[in-house]
Design a binder for this molecule. Structure first.
Ligand SMILES: NC(=O)c1ccc[n+]([C@@H]2O[C@H](COP(=O)([O-])OP(=O)(O)OC[C@H]3O[C@@H](n4cnc5c(N)ncnc54)[C@H](O)[C@@H]3O)[C@@H](O)[C@H]2O)c1
Length: 349
């Protein structure tokens, strides 16, 4: 039998949840709650029941699960109230603004014996899944460096995302997705240091972009860059591994892989550049390098909801765990500290 879900916040992401929770085929929509009267009118005009208060939603015993899609600074209070009210809770990312707030949420989940997770939907992005596949299969050896980039040119949206008090800025907005992805790809590594610098080109109050380097104890590196003032975008992913390289130019494009077959070459034809010849930088031939494309991995983002519903029924473990949420949060905090102090920070966790 389908479970009933209610959604708090009927803005951009709340509307997405209304559509996509139902597409998962395991849920029925009980209604939404939003503090903005216009959103209430919009919901009703779409035939959706709108609760008049959060208490009314919490007191609706038919609702087993609540998704919270409201600005980042108000996650804590709503998550805790819903958990204490006996609901299983999915919170939008970034789940909290600090590790302390996250611990309060986890504590409320434990006390109420209800499940609590965060909507890390970008774990279903096919570009990320292709990189994860390469890392897991070691098709081109262990990754030595992975660069994950998102470049746009429109600045931060002109809403609460540009304001510090509401948890705005790109580290919290896009950073959390890309950090979460890379920490899963490097799941067997231990973080050594973190270095982060931020940009404030279009917004002085919060970061409108950043460069983050996570160095692991093994020497492997995860690099994350988000830019909102990039009129030509750099490739989405680049991997340098023990036995080759991989590149994904854009979100849904296939991965280009170059696998080194033999290190030594019998003959290297130099490349003519404007200033002279180079053998060092000359391309390899097909005897020593195999170039191919990876098929785009299969992915269905609705598996997020299917998993959570199965987790409520005790049939499987929730995909996004509390420990993963904790690590993501600690890395973001360390990135903020590094940017503020203009220093590389030893990571402690
Ligand atoms: N996972 C993703 O891909 C993704 C994408 C976009 C946004 N988000 C996250 O979703 C959350 C919401 O972002 P958005 O883009 O939908 O913002 P939004 O501004 O479009 O919508 C937020 C809605 O919340 C309502 N609201 C504010 N405070 C409330 C409260 N206390 N109780 C009830 N309603 C309240 C507002 O009236 C508004 O309708 C944020 O945490 C954001 O980071 C996630």
């Amino acid at each position: 039998m389908k479970k009933k879900i209610a959604i708090v916040g009927y803005g951009g992401m709340g509307s997405w949840h209304v559509n996509h929770a139902l597409k998962s085929d395991v849920l029925e929509l009980a209604g939404i709650y939003d503090i903005d009267e216009e959103k209430v009118i919009k919901a009703r005009s779409n035939g959706i029941y709108a609760y008049s208060s959060l208490d009314e939603l919490i007191n609706d015993k038919s609702v087993e699960l609540v998704t919270i899609a409201i600005p980042n600074d108000v996650h804590l209070d709503t998550v805790v109230r819903c958990l204490e009210g006996g609901k299983n809770v999915i919170c939008e990312k970034p789940v909290a603004l600090s590790s302390d707030d996250l611990e309060k949420m986890i504590e409320a989940s434990k006390k109420s014996n209800k499940l609590f997770t965060v909507h890390q939907n970008r774990r279903w992005d096919v570009d990320y899944l292709a990189m994860q596949h390469l890392a897991n299969t070691k098709e081109i050896g262990k990754p030595l460096r992975i660069e994950s980039r998102i470049h746009g040119s429109r600045g931060i949206p002109s809403d609460w995302r540009g304001e510090k008090e509401h948890g705005g800025g790109m580290i919290l907005d896009w950073g959390i997705h890309l950090i979460d992805q890379l920490l899963l790809i490097y799941k067997d590594e231990t973080i050594d240091t973190i270095n982060c610098t931020v940009t404030n080109i279009t917004n002085k109050e919060v970061d409108d972009g950043f460069y983050l380097t996570i160095t692991f104890k093994s020497g492997a590196v995860a690099f994350v860059e988000v830019g909102t003032y990039n009129f030509i975008a750099m490739p989405r992913f680049y991997m340098k591994a023990e036995n080759g390289s991989a590149l994904i130019k854009d979100w849904r494009e296939k991965t280009q892989v170059a696998k080194c077959l033999h290190w030594h070459e019998s003959e290297v034809i130099p490349v003519q550049t404007a200033a002279g010849l180079t053998k060092t930088m000359a391309p390899r031939d097909s005897v020593t390098l195999k170039e191919y494309e990876l098929e785009i991995p299969k992915s269905d983002v609705h598996d997020f909801y299917r998993n959570f519903v199965n987790a409520i029924d005790g049939k499987e473990a929730q995909i996004v765990t509390h420990d993963q949420m904790r690590l993501d949060m600690k890395v973001m905090e360390c990135a903020f500290k590094s940017a503020e102090l203009n220093q590389t920070i030893k990571f402690e966790y």
